[in-house]
Design a protein around this ligand. Structure first.
Ligand SMILES: *Cc1c(COP(=O)(O)O)cnc(C)c1O
Length: 392
């Protein structure tokens, strides 16, 4: 395996040499807190204490760095823990951040309810609109532009390359939450972003059995005063301590091995479900970047390998019916989260995005969000069809 190897090869092998003593082909779960020193400071392979570093976590961090083609990867106890660490490592009270008008509710809550009282100011901009982002920048004070693409739950698309130029012109970092696309479908660092974050709870883990986060810092950060981003994130990861445990790291590593094949199937199935929804009389709008009339279609086609497994749609009959549809499917499980092998359905306004009600990030009440799994597409379409036909 080399740095030039393809994505699936790196997902299976990067950071995962066969175990030196036993030859185990999968990195063992080093369920351990501390390490014997051969004399004071005589660390074997550098391991001292598992908050600072643990071999199973190191394997995951190296794999993520390789997949996103970054300088270094960091694994956290959750996606939000990774985001919090990035924000507090690289920014300070008095700094300003531009945040997206459509974003994961918990990310916005972190900005609005945790980091604003800490002294971090933010402005909200529609990140599909490059000029709106440029206008939201406060010269000299904006140190970061935060982007999610595709966005949650409306599947908006941000032009990563254009926003990187806008951020860098202003002396700010571009951070991309790559959770919805996954490292397989989109590589923000190659498009000019400085840092990538993931909720590995979603596609990276992929089996709805682990909560985790990852951060990858890019190779050549040139934003003045933040060139040492790798060291700062490393220092804060250890100092704040929200690290991924050994078993959680192992689960995410195991998930990554099949990310490429899973994502292809998620995309195949999503395309089938979109075809069905677009033709259904109960549906007033379908949000999917693969649709030619989606406002971000051209940009998505340029910066994504395919268009992903997330879809949202609106019901002609309004909120009550949207809520009922979510309750009337049987194969589609009503639940939060996304990116697992099993298909999920949810009502963002009352579930994942309840925390942004009454803010500028409020989502339409007639919206239903689908995380399309990798079951048989015919079964998924049939189950959604019976619910829509009955209620729509
Ligand atoms: C779930 C999610 C997060 C938060 O990750 P956790 O693992 O739940 O902390 C952040 N961003 C996006 C886009 C998400 O979907």
């Amino acid at each position: 395996m080399s740095d030039e190897s393809g994505f699936a090869t790196r997902a299976i092998h990067a950071g995962q040499e066969a175990d030196a003593t036993t030859g185990a082909v999968v990195p063992p779960i080093y369920q351990v807190s501390t390490y014997k020193q051969d004399g004071i400071g005589g660390f074997r392979s550098g391991y001292e204490y598992s908050r600072s570093a643990n071999p199973t976590r190191t394997a995951l961090e190296e794999c993520f760095a390789s997949l996103e083609r970054g300088e270094r990867g960091f694994a956290f106890a959750s996606g939000l823990a990774g985001q919090d660490t990035v924000l507090r490592a690289l920014l300070q009270p008095g700094d300003h951040v531009v945040v997206p008008s459509d974003a994961y509710g918990g990310t916005y809550r972190l900005f609005n309810k945790v980091l604003r009282p800490w002294g971090l100011e933010h402005s909200i901009a529609r990140i599909a609109d490059v000029d709106a982002v440029r206008a939201a920048i406060r010269p000299g004070r904006t140190r970061m532009v935060w982007v999610e693409t595709p966005t949650n739950p409306l599947l908006g698309i941000a032009d990563i390359e254009a926003l990187a130029a806008v951020a860098h012109d202003a002396g700010a970092l571009l951070v991309v939450d790559n959770t919805f696309a996954s490292a397989y479908l989109q590589q923000p660092l190659a498009l000019g972003a400085d840092i990538v974050t993931h909720s590995t709870t979603k596609y990276s883990g992929g089996h709805s059995d682990v909560v985790g986060g990852a951060v990858v810092v890019g190779r050549d950060i040139t934003v003045p005063g933040l060139e040492d981003a790798v060291d700062r994130v490393a220092f804060h990861q250890n100092s704040m301590g929200a690290v991924a445990g050994p078993f959680d790291s192992w689960l995410v590593l195991r998930g990554l091995k099949t990310l490429a094949v899973r994502m292809e199937k998620h995309c195949d199935n999503a395309e089938r479900v979109v075809d069905f929804l677009v033709g259904h009389p109960a549906v007033s709008a379908v949000h999917y970047p693969g649709l030619p009339d989606h406002p971000g279609h051209q940009v998505a086609a340029r910066q994504m390998r395919r268009f992903g497994g997330m879809i949202s749609f609106q019901l002609r009959a309004g909120e009550d019916v949207a809520v009922k549809v979510c309750a009337e499917t049987s194969l589609w499980t009503l639940g939060e989260s996304l990116g697992g092998v099993e298909s999920l359905i949810e009502h963002p306004a009352r579930m994942t995005h309840a925390s942004v009600a009454g803010t500028e990030l409020e989502v339409p009440a007639d919206l239903v969000r689908l995380s399309v799994g990798i079951e048989d597409a015919d079964d998924l379409v049939a189950d959604l069809g019976q619910a829509l036909d009955r209620l729509g």
